[in-house]
Design a protein around this ligand. Structure first.
Ligand code: FE2
Length: 321
């Protein structure tokens, strides 16, 4: 979570925005005021609804933040997940607030999904992507702000969020006429592109040295494993499965699993591949430092250009300028 922390009498509290509270719904966690003397006084119990009158009172007193115990952090994230659409429709939230709420919720949902893929997790991811695209439609600046808060620490789940954000931004750029409905389906595909890695042993995913032949073969199966997983969970949109299956194909035919070339690869597949490589370069791993945006784009353009559609790569570069 991106909100700041405070400690008092041995307990640690996290700040939350009052504007994330939806009138007449339970937040599901105890919420506290912070007094001038840095004491924390109970504002509302975990079982009580936050009434419109109470929220009004906070607004009149210009209270922007409440606090919760960090031990209740997961409860608050669950509240965000379940009420995301209603929360993001609050006109009082700034674009920056919306970007932070989306990113925190995305982290919570995808972390759980990659640990244990489930139909519920996919449903939550779909809701997240839908809310994100609705928000971007009304407040396009949120898209740039999301691109700025992507994580530099590499985990499969943070990589999925980063690629999801870059690829949604890129699709809006290269296909301005794209409908929200198509973007939502593609967006889910971008967020789930690496789901098959949930079926690859951690010893291979986190191996510091190079992979042996067997390990590399197994790694190359993750696009197919991802498609199998989403099919098993009732997701069979060809737009979605195409992204999962083609995100490691390369324009010059050196990719996997099918060694497709040029026009054999769909536009979303090419976009996902670009964003996937860019995020791998700009995040740090135990065996390599994170390259800057400039260094990464330069490397992609100068040394790996044959792997990508040049026109798309140029558009991608413009996205960061
Ligand atoms: Fe992948």
């Amino acid at each position: 979570m991106t909100q700041s922390q405070l400690t008092n009498a041995g307990a640690t509290y996290r700040q939350i925005l009052v504007n994330t509270l939806v009138p007449n719904r339970q937040a599901g966690v105890k919420l506290f005021f912070r007094t001038d003397k840095n004491n924390f006084v109970l504002f509302i119990n975990n079982t009580s609804q936050v009434s419109a009158a109470k929220l009004e009172q906070l607004q009149q007193n210009n209270v922007k933040h409440l606090y919760l115990s960090i031990t209740d952090q997961q409860g608050y994230l669950n509240y965000l997940k379940e009420n995301l659409s209603a929360i993001l429709s609050n006109p009082e939230l700034t674009d920056n607030d919306k970007a932070e709420i989306i990113y925190d919720t995305a982290s919570s949902i995808t972390k759980e999904l990659f640990l244990k893929p489930s139909t519920k997790g996919i449903k939550q991811t779909r809701n997240l992507v839908n809310c994100m695209i609705d928000t971007i439609s009304h407040s396009p600046k949120t898209c740039n702000l999301l691109m700025m808060i992507t994580s530099q620490d590499y985990y499969t789940y943070t990589h999925s969020i980063n690629v999801g954000i870059y690829a949604i931004s890129m699709m809006r750029k290269v296909k301005p006429s794209i409908s929200d409905s198509e973007l939502k389906t593609l967006g889910l595909g971008f967020f789930l592109h690496d789901l098959g890695k949930a079926r690859i042993p951690n010893s291979i995913l986190n191996k510091q040295g190079s992979l042996d032949q067997y390990e590399w073969q197994l790694m190359q199966e993750h696009p197919m494993l991802g498609v199998e997983l989403v099919h098993k969970m009732g997701e069979d949109s060809p737009l979605l499965t195409d992204i999962i299956l083609t995100h490691h194909e390369r324009n010059c035919g050196t990719g996997y699993p099918r060694k497709l070339t040029g026009n054999e690869i769909s536009l979303p597949g090419k976009v996902c591949a670009l964003c996937d490589v860019f995020d791998a370069l700009t995040t740090k791993r135990p065996y390599k430092k994170a390259l800057s945006t400039f260094e990464s784009l330069k490397l992609m353009k100068n040394e790996h250009h044959e792997q990508f559609d040049m026109e798309l790569l140029n558009q991608f570069i413009i996205l960061f300028t």
